[in-house]
Ligand binder design. Structure first.
Ligand code: PLP
Length: 472
């Protein structure tokens, strides 16, 4: 392809994306395809000859779109919002166009320095003090793995430089809420702590970690000669956006010299609102924090913000520094390859930069406040309508509820089937998409509000659809 062809196809593709977004509302939110349907539309072997790229747009319509679940649809209420604002789409084109490999400062100084700038802007936006240093990770899962690796190395006196966890030190224990995200369990297992040294602590009536239970678990481990190495606090659990009691957890972490990692993957974006920051009061006492601008903020996947108080410790854990990667500037610059697991890194910082140039902090705040208002509205409908039961507080944009008809009220398995059927009808109906889930053994329905284009009318439509589905 030469530059002229690139220009022509590129303009067509941008037009295609704009039209797709403009008409996204006409499409079923959840893909209706059956397993294997998309694969069967593709030839079994690769094209032998080139020259067919101009057909790609037609093939997109014909063979791909039916297999897309439309995460940027205004009636997307499933999982969590995964907004990719237009500005972020453009930034991705630019990042690919530049084709930068930003593993070291020298491999593209602008990639490193703009990342430093935007991560410092983001720190200010969410109200973290200047004691924090930020780096962009691909996902919260890998950031949490890094946090637990740092915790392991702190608690074991840098055992990785010796015999690792085989060195015979006392067993190191990790604590998190039973409602914490599965990435915490995965990170604890991958970091070598072992399932028998992972404590998933019971939660209270609001589904937040029960501090007393945490204290007891730590005492039991201490008495048995085990060492508390890390506590992961969830600010906004995946299931219900429950808020763990961070200040109390921080006090326990300090008392036992354990690493405190805060997983605010979803809720972090809400911290751009000063009125929401009570949710992570105590965060300044943590060792590391992760949140995902690639969820609610509008920065397209992937962009996870990892903040750490002691970057030297992180670099000591992550750095291998072979001779072929050393440069003359190493003492004076950040080499972000040493701030996470992988070596290579894309120029992700442009996505946040472009987003902020486009909407600014105040534009973002207005959108987040709109979503919180919409969630409050839905909560009021659930609370005010006979037959519906809300099963969790609504501090953010997720409303968890179930339908409890009188006739089924005493029959948990019939209630589960009834609520699954409500979710199935809505999802297969195509007008909206939400997630059926379980909470402490009960079948519930989650509505996660916050797509960039979701207005009140879409939430009203969801409520009408829920009432209809519950009646039939
Ligand atoms: N933590 C929480 C609270 C989440 O809700 C999620 C995703 O839903 C994650 C972690 C994992 O995020 P990622 O996909 O960036 O690894």
């Amino acid at each position: 392809m030469n530059a002229d062809e690139f220009r022509r196809l590129g303009h067509q593709l941008v037009d295609w994306v704009a039209e797709y977004r403009e008409r996204i509302e006409d499409r079923p939110v959840m893909s209706p395809v059956r397993p294997g349907e998309i694969r069967s539309r593709f030839p079994a072997s690769p094209p032998a000859d080139g020259g067919h790229l101009a057909e790609a747009l037609a093939l997109l319509e014909q063979d791909v779109l039916r297999g897309i679940t439309h995460w940027n649809h205004p009636a997307f209420f499933a999982y969590f919002p995964s907004n990719t604002a237009y500005a972020s789409v453009l930034a991705d084109i630019l990042a690919s166009g530049l084709g930068v490999q930003g593993m070291s400062w020298q491999t593209s100084p602008a990639a490193t320095e703009i990342e430093e700038v935007v991560m410092d802007w983001l720190r200010q936006m969410v109200g973290l003090s200047s004691a924090w240093s930020g780096v962009i990770h691909d996902t919260a899962s890998t950031a949490t793995l890094c946090a637990l690796l740092c915790a392991r190395e702190k608690a074991s006196g840098f055992s990785q430089q010796d015999a690792g966890l085989q060195a015979g030190a006392p067993p190191l224990v990790v604590y998190a809420s039973e409602q914490g995200h599965s990435s915490i369990e995965k990170a604890a297992l991958l970091a070598g702590f072992g399932r028998s040294n992972l404590r998933l602590i019971a939660t209270d009536a609001e589904h937040a970690l029960d501090l007393l239970q945490l204290e007891r678990a730590i005492e039991t481990d201490r008495t048995a000669g085990r060492r508390p190495a890390a506590i992961v606090a969830a600010i906004g659990t995946t299931g219900t956006t429950a808020i763990d009691p961070l200040a109390g957890i921080a006090a326990l972490a300090e008392q036992h010299d354990a690493w405190l990692h805060v997983d605010a993957a979803m809720a972090g974006t809400a911290m751009v609102l000063p009125e929401c920051r009570w949710m992570w009061a105590g965060v300044e006492r943590a060792d590391s924090v992760v949140f995902n601008p690639h969820k609610w903020m509008g920065v397209g996947f992937d962009f996870s913000a990892y903040y750490i108080r002691d970057p030297e410790h992180l670099v000591r854990v992550m750095s291998t520094n072979p001779s072929y990667l050393r440069t003359a500037q190493d003492g004076a610059v950040k080499n972000f390859r040493d701030w996470h697991i992988q070596l290579g890194r894309r120029f992700r910082a442009i996505k946040l930069w472009f987003l902020l140039l486009d909407i600014g902090v105040e534009g973002l705040r207005a959108r987040i406040r709109r979503d919180l208002e919409n969630a409050r509205w839905l909560k009021e409908q659930v609370d005010g309508t006979a037959g519906w039961e809300r099963v969790a507080p609504v501090p953010l944009q997720t409303v968890c509820f179930r339908h409890v008809p009188l006739a089924l009220a005493d029959d948990e398995s019939a209630l589960a089937a009834h609520n699954l059927e409500i979710a199935r009808r809505i999802n297969e109906g195509g007008k909206a998409y939400l997630t059926p889930s379980t909470l402490k053994g009960r079948q519930i329905i989650r509505a996660s509000i916050g797509s960039e284009t979701t207005e009140r009318r879409h939430v009203e439509m969801l409520w009408t659809a829920l009432e209809e589905a519950a009646r039939n």
